[in-house]
Design a protein. Structure first.
Length: 142
């Protein structure tokens, strides 16, 4: 857990891993600027929906920095979150910038409902389940 970009050594570590020939990806909350991240790193940016209680932490300028090698992830708690995310994707044409992932908050939103909304609206997004939560629940360290 935690935000990798909040760690002082994160950016140099990402660059060193790229220099060593590794394929590197970074999953970030989207609350901190992704511009300084080495361009060889694939960035997975989480955009917090209103149901998370953290929508005010989104750094909206990150949306303009997304590239085809990045991903934008929404974890949705209910229909209101879905409608909000759908509108954000359409307003900013995010599905044309990079892959967009929608997943359901475990125990709050039925994944089947989310999949049906996506299909009904013909959204160009990927449906995702939080596999780690299906396998291990909220177990620390998994």
């Amino acid at each position: 857990g935690g935000e990798p970009l909040a760690q002082k050594a994160c950016l140099p570590l990402l660059t060193a891993l790229c220099d060593a020939g590794y394929d590197v990806s970074l999953e970030t909350s989207g609350a901190l600027d992704i511009a300084p991240v080495d361009p060889r790193v694939a960035r997975i940016v989480d955009l917090k929906a209103p149901g998370s209680g953290e929508v005010d932490k989104n750094l909206w300028s990150n949306l303009n920095l997304l590239r085809p090698t990045d991903e934008l992830k929404f974890v949705l708690a209910d229909r209101a979150d879905y409608d909000w995310a759908r509108d954000i994707v359409e307003k900013h044409q995010l599905d044309r910038r990079c892959p967009v992932l929608f997943s359901a908050v475990q125990g709050r939103l039925n994944p089947t409902d989310l999949a049906e909304w996506i299909v009904s609206d013909r959204l160009q997004v990927r449906f995702q389940v939080q596999l780690h939560k299906l396998l291990w629940g909220n177990m620390q360290g998994k």
